[in-house]
Design a protein around this ligand. Structure first.
Ligand SMILES: CC(C)(COP(=O)(O)OP(=O)(O)OC[C@H]1O[C@@H](n2cnc3c(N)ncnc32)[C@H](O)[C@@H]1OP(=O)(O)O)[C@@H](O)C(=O)NCCC(=O)NCCS
Length: 156
């Protein structure tokens, strides 16, 4: 990766994101069929992650980073996101998420960040734990019963 940065979500980026399909096991993160307008609407907290202008992923800040069934309060800012499917599994996630956290810290000045990761998704848990997130608790989503873990990172 070259110069990775966060920029505003555009209609074009959102139209790209809603075509993304992940390989089996991670296909629960597929965004195919979701409404591009939802990602493009700034009220939903989505921003684009670009490398020299090319869309490589997205990040989200706020309630859309939560999973139904989890217990959430206002002590931390929720964040989530994803890399473009063909860029996963190559060690790029750490820099991608770190870039998002730097942006989120500067823009929102949270006292802590919070992420909610599917329990099966050890890959994502390794990356966020490598960035200082600590697991707090697990719960089952009210939507499909799947197990999730909530991790937080206090900000300096
Ligand atoms: C989650 C995500 C950011 C991780 O980034 P990534 O670049 O794909 O991850 P990496 O290739 O660096 O793998 C991270 C670690 O998990 C390990 N790993 C990969 N697959 C694994 C598996 N099935 N079981 C256990 N460990 C695994 C890697 O070896 C690596 O180990 P390391 O910490 O010793 O280097 C990225 O895959 C992504 O955005 N995926 C989209 C779908 C998704 O999972 N979303 C989750 C949102 S919370």
């Amino acid at each position: 990766m070259g110069v990775v940065e966060i920029v505003n979500m555009t209609d074009e980026y959102a139209a790209d994101i809603v075509t993304w399909r992940y390989p089996a096991q991670y296909d629960c993160y597929d965004l195919v069929g979701t409404d591009a307008g939802f990602f493009a609407d700034p009220r939903n907290g989505y921003v684009a992650l670009v490398d020299k202008g090319e869309l490589i992923g997205y990040r989200v800040f706020g309630p859309d980073g939560r999973v139904p069934g989890g217990e959430y309060d206002e002590s931390a800012l929720d964040t989530g996101g994803g890399l473009r499917p063909e860029l996963t599994g190559r060690g790029l996630g750490k820099q991608a998420i770190a870039t998002g956290l730097e942006y989120g810290a500067a823009r929102f000045r949270p006292t802590a960040f919070r992420v909610t990761v599917a329990s099966f998704n050890i890959r994502a848990q390794r990356v966020v734990q490598g960035l200082g997130f600590v697991p707090n608790r697990t719960f089952n989503a009210t939507t499909d019963g799947r197990s999730f873990v909530i991790l937080t990172r206090q900000q300096p």
